[in-house]
Design a protein around this ligand. Sequence first.
Ligand code: LMR
Length: 394
Amino acid sequence: MFEHLSPQPEDKIMALMKMYREDTRENTIDLGVGVYKTAAGVTPVMDAIKTAEKMLWEVETTKVYTGIAGDPGFGRALSGLVLGDAVAGERLSFTAQPGGTGAIHQAIELIKMATPDATIWISNPTWPNHPSIIKHLGMKMAEYRYFDDDSRGVDFDGLMADLAKVKRGDAVLLHGCCHNPTGANLTLPEWREVVALLEKTGATPLVDIAYQGFGDGLEEDAAATRLIASSLPETLIAASCSKNFGIYRERTGLLMTVSDGAKASDITQQNLTHLNRQNFSFPPDHGARLVTMILEDEGLRADWMNELEEVRKGMLSLREGLAAELRRATGSDRFGFIADHRGMFSRLGAAPEKVEKLRVEHGIYMVGDSRMNIAGLNTETIPLLADAIAEVGI
Ligand code: LMR
């Protein structure tokens, strides 16, 4: 049987992680996988998570199954964080998922169950696992323009021109904030234009929100998702707690749908629950429980928000530091966009050969499309990166 299997293409980000681990040189710089790191290069467990884990250990008396859809308290707490009061509860359905990836996967399965002929539109570029999952599930896919190679900002005219071609029944995958891999984001007025266009075309948005709190703040980063969900009849939202709660390996995410009324929401909920049962039955609960405890306890929530804000501000100052060092190293302002980008990533806009040179000659690892994880830097490595970028001639 297994002789019929063929080798699978390696995921770019996973391949880079492996190469970095195998590099024995000293002073290598890892700007690859999207994991937050302190200046000392560690990915800490957040204080509020530690406290919640301790409390949970004390009070948890059973590990018996939760519901197939996960703990409804988690769904309420996380949908509250993402959506605020943007949509009426009766329109909302949700299932707990193993991470943001699980939520994306099942969102696409739900689209497939509803409209198997739908085309799913993804930004060019996007997180490489988006097209990979869509292909795996046998759905049609198309790209809309997103990144302007000259300004390193959003190609908004290209995006609007491409999204005008989307058909009723198609789905459009949008990054709610902190676009991965570019770091370039739409302004709120631009989001309003996108929403109006989606309304006109009758397409359904699928919002991937994996970095809430890493861009401009928890509320600000949720503004586009709230605008979309409150303006259109139907929306799918895949939320991840990996980054903003720092619980990567706990696999904690939520798939939410906003339906056109309470009756439609009931049926959507049944389908979402059915998908959980088919795929894994009961979703993981540990991370979800910690997140619920934090969001529902005033003190823990404040503690978590403070730590998240420190992380966000730290990344912003790394961005500003790198933009300034690049000004020094290259004698030009052409890297000013790094300070304007938001979230964990920035796309440098360098050719793959230059990215390769950075790795081979300077031990600097970034994804081949020149995406760098800003959180992989610190005040010591910023000048090294700036000098290396100048030297390889980016
Ligand atoms: C990333 O983009 O690096 C992260 O979302 C981690 C991953 O799973 O790819």
